[in-house]
Design a protein. Structure first.
Length: 130
């Protein structure tokens, strides 16, 4: 079992090592990101990448929430959106300025959480301060 062998032993705590056969480096699993059969190539030009970055729809990094679990981040953005919406409605301003918070919480929160929180707000039993 030399360095170039496709066989390896996986060290797992409490589990005896067993040999695992790794696939050939050129092997592609069915349904992988291969070029479509129609002949279209996957687009990776610099202009396409710039467009994708510009239109990015995921939540940005927030240094207040450095942990892997983003549950608190989700909760905070949900609260911030509804606080912003309430304040802008009271002032007669544009509610569209609050859309950033909505986009972030919709990216981070599961739909079941949002539905449950919306139900609690409708019943006036929501635990957060809005």
């Amino acid at each position: 079992m030399g360095g170039g062998s496709p066989w390896c032993r996986l060290p797992l705590a409490g589990v005896p090592a067993f040999p695992v056969r790794l696939p050939h480096p050129n092997f592609r699993f069915p349904g992988s990101l291969a070029a479509p059969a129609s002949g279209h190539r996957l687009s990776t030009t610099a202009e396409d990448i710039k467009t994708k970055v510009k239109n990015d729809q995921t939540a940005p990094c927030d240094s207040r929430f450095p942990n892997q679990s983003q549950t608190r981040n989700s909760w905070q953005n949900y609260l911030d959106f509804h606080r912003c919406e309430k304040a802008m409605t009271a002032k007669g301003g544009e509610v569209s300025v609050c859309e950033w918070y909505r986009r972030v919480y919709k990216s981070l929160c599961s739909m079941s959480w949002v539905a449950a929180w919306d139900d609690l707000r409708a019943e006036s039993t929501f635990p957060g301060k809005i």
